[in-house]
Design a protein around this ligand. Sequence first.
Ligand code: BGC
Length: 768
Amino acid sequence: MRNGRGRKGTWIAGSLLALATLAGAQTAPMTHEEAHRRAEALLKQMTLDEKVGQMNQSAGVTIPGLGSEKPDALITQGKVGSILWLIDVKEINRLQHLAVDKSRLHIPILFAFDVIHGYRTVFPVPLGMASSWDPSVEEQAQHLAGQDARAAGIEWTFTPMVDIARDARWGRMVEGAGEDPYLGSAMARAQVRGFQGTSISTDSILACVKHYAGYGAADGGRDYDSSYVPEELMRNVYLEPFHAAEQAGAATFMSAYMDLNDVPATGNHWLLTDVLRNEWGFKGFVVSDAFAVGSLVTHGYASDPQDAAYKAAMAGLNMDMASLTFTHNLAALVQSGKVSEAQIDAAVLPILEAKYDLGLFDHPYVDESKVDAVLSRPEGLTLERKLAGRSMVLLKNEHQTLPLSSSLKKVAVIGPLADSVKDIEGGWTVEGLFGGPSKSHPVTVLAGLKTRLGAGAEVSFVPGPPLSRLYPSMFDEMSGKKPLPPPTAAETADWVAKAKAAAEQADVVIAVMGEAADMSSEAASRATFDLPGIQQQMLEAAASTGKPVVLVLENGRPLDIRWATEHLPAILEAWYPGTEGGNAVADVLFGDVDPGGKLPVSWPRIAGQEPLYYNHNLTHEPEDRPGFTSRYWDISSKPLYPFGYGLSYTSFKFANLRLSSKSIQKSGKTEVSVDVTNTGRMAGDAVAQIYIHQRYGSASRPVRQLKGFERVTLQPGETRTLTFPLGKDELSFWSPQTKVWAVEPSTFDVWAGEDSTASLHAELTVTE
Ligand code: BGC
């Protein structure tokens, strides 16, 4: 469910109880042992119906097209453990009072919402934050978002999304950290730390690691479609960030929608029990994705809703999101002896523990008077602007087009995203979800540029037709609303002529283009990556004047920018940079901030190359040899921009790559060091990246794998020596032949540099 700002929906954000520290409430911290003891005691008093009640997460609102029951009656009967999709604080308090005052055991409700990248202060989309290659960006953003959410009565967020995305057709790429398990794991851990802190308390919210697992491998990049992922790929790639988040203490997981190797993730015992609980030792609880228990029938996996409840519960699922399938069927399954009450107890216990850990029994309500002040804290906006600047990736900069001069007098801004308040924050916004009134007042790029240039400059603006004229949103579709017709030939010619005329009058053109925020994220796959609408025509018209055109991209996936790469002097990838996005873009364009972000995905030339990822295996005949090779006749199989790529306003030299030991035993460890020097005239950020390749072993290994990175700021002329460990954690892999994680004796290539094509090389020998 995601942003439908400006569309149907009736969210009214009120004000509510603040979290303990922000509201000044005093709570003695409860240890987890104490939480466990109390949860066990409470469980002993509960009837079967009340236990099953804790396993139900009810919808707190009626969603256009999806429908749902008002939860009041279920709450008073003790049949609601959690509520989602509700942010109206008065309603949160009203429902909480029903639970605490009117249900037999007074168990508070756990309120959950998708606080994906900020509450009222919206941070860059997760793919953007991952582009920072700086886990502290994620940690700081999610810490602030978590504090805001808790103050507004949300104790559980459905974040982080850690799905590996190797195929940009899949729209949910924007919600995660991209294609790499090592970078993805670092970002996953940082988010868990940001939301939960060092332990769960009145001062944190629960993280939920999703969508477990393999969701990003959807056939054809079509959202929700089946994934076929062999175990070696699951373990070495797709499961890695989940495991990292689990090890970092993530309290909850969400099971994915799709079939994994023909068994739906929500009824998949291997995923939910064998791996998650038995191998990794996970002690928290797992919620299904929305309606996913009910849709086990749709998949053709369960015969009817009771069978669906049975299969999900037996697989190890603790909570049913929104489908009420557990509510209507679990008790009968226990009574008939198919499911034991001990299994139900095991499923309910971690839910109760989490409520005690969070201090919900002592502080169930929201202080409505404090909410607005917390959500509007100015430090949130200051942080957002800083983190947005760190998330941008400079893709091209010829003839020193950037940074722009502060004394520019005439600037033309073109493109439908340049002044689109609705798009700059991306597809998931809390107050904007289902079309609610956002109170964040985002700064668009046009606004940010005008502020930065001041009154002395003339800024003309040609938006072109809005992108909403091309694609209906899902909510519009479900409510039968048709999009406006696309522009006619005459309208198109008029906009193109206006873009050209504006460019002719200007010293520089800033084109802010890409995709509408709705075109990526959930149920938003694409089979082509072209700039939608008439953006390309406007861009070419502006460039035909000979004036320098800077393309600023707002998008949730890589797009087909081959023409722009060939013909424009400068391209800045801003993703959806958030509430202060326009100011942050101006900071980077004018050089107040050096762009230091790097791509967390391989950037394809066209959609036909997908899935495209740097950490593939070596083929029998690689493309760069003559003759019979692995290639397309019509296009290079290489990316347009490689994984890890991004420019800066300064330049860096990587030298002196060395290993503390060139030969180690497989139980041993070595250290890689490299000297990084700022060789330019400005201070700037380098991201040192370490890649390895195992030359032979019990299985073919990827040509390169990221195994270390660090973002550092260097002054002109400054050299820093960076050191990274290489040992069991970096060198081991799960072999399909041995079926274990192990370091194997082999020769390893080691590279260090600025992206996944780095050439500075060393060799490591690993012996028995
Ligand atoms: C999405 C999840 C989300 C859930 C609750 C589902 O449609 O797949 O990512 O957390 O809705 O909003």
